[in-house]
Design a protein around this ligand. Structure first.
Ligand SMILES: [Zn+2]
Length: 279
């Protein structure tokens, strides 16, 4: 009996331990487990980077970037190479959307390689994004795949209706020069909003009339979700059915989750690359 208890205890200890290898295997299993489905699936890449899938449509937003500063999560080399090479589940990506040129959202070489390897992909980004891509050696080959965002407007590319939203970057005194764009992506009737590093501002969001858009999921940076001002803006001027919290600093995951849950108890908090949510 004593031996049995010891064995049982040993088993529990082993089951509770999650070595990084297991965690990595879990992340990969999560990514690989994605086949064409009629549910909307959103997979976390890193920082504000997400991968949207529904039926045969695939969209990457702010996903292709590399190590920038220690506090920003970035995709592992393996994951980045899969995206760049168009390997499963990233084969046939229709759109790569880029909010702005900061290194925790965008890597010019990485995006250029993805476009070169995936001729069916169209990238949408600001003129600053285009200029950065122009400095890469692949520009002449990928130029036709780039659509420059200049203003708030609806467009449809590869049968995916997208609304481009011109939204100021947070901290205008420091980053007023940065062109930041948000996107409403309509995947077979379900709309996903991504706002990049937007400013928490009623004046900016009110004219978009987002509640009329009937947004299914809003992918928002943490600073929209941890104050009463943010809560008011989200509930009054965005009004999404679901919220995914992103842009959470490395090492602050627990604390950030606690703070977000104070204001938005239902929010899904993305902290681990490979995390998935379905709608
Ligand atoms: Zn930024």
């Amino acid at each position: 009996m004593k031996n049995l208890i010891i064995l049982l205890l040993l088993f529990i200890v082993m089951a509770c331990a999650t070595p990084s290898q297991t965690k990595q295997a879990l992340q990969e299993a999560n990514l690989n487990n994605t086949s064409a489905s009629s549910t909307l699936t959103i997979t976390y890449i890193a920082n504000e980077g997400v991968f949207l899938q529904k039926k045969d449509k695939k969209v990457l937003i702010d996903a292709l970037h590399e190590k920038y500063r220690p506090i920003y999560l970035y995709p592992s080399t393996k994951l980045r190479l899969k995206m760049e090479k168009g390997l499963f589940p990233f084969q046939g990506v229709d759109l790569v959307l880029v909010s702005h040129l900061h290194g925790d959202h965008f890597g010019a070489s990485s995006c250029a390689r993805q476009l070169k390897n995936n001729p069916q992909t169209t990238l949408i980004g600001s003129k600053q994004i285009r200029d950065s891509l122009q400095k890469t050696s692949l520009f002449s080959a990928i130029q036709p795949q780039i659509k420059v965002a200049t203003q708030t407007e609806p467009i449809t590319i590869h049968d995916i209706p997208v609304k481009i939203l011109k939204i100021a970057h947070v901290n205008k005194y420091r980053y007023g020069w940065v062109q930041n764009f948000g996107y409403i992506v309509n995947l077979d009737g379900q709309k996903v909003l991504h706002i990049g590093d937007a400013e928490v501002s009623k004046e900016i969001f009110a004219p978009f009339q987002l509640p009329k858009e009937n947004i299914e999921v809003a992918v928002l940076p943490i600073w929209f979700l941890v104050s009463s001002k943010g809560k008011q803006l989200v509930t009054q001027y965005i009004r999404p059915r679901h919220i995914i919290a992103s842009h959470i600093s490395v090492g602050d995951e627990k604390n950030a989750t606690r703070r977000i849950k104070q204001y938005f108890p239902q929010a899904i908090v993305f902290t681990q690359s490979g995390q998935k949510a379905t709608f």
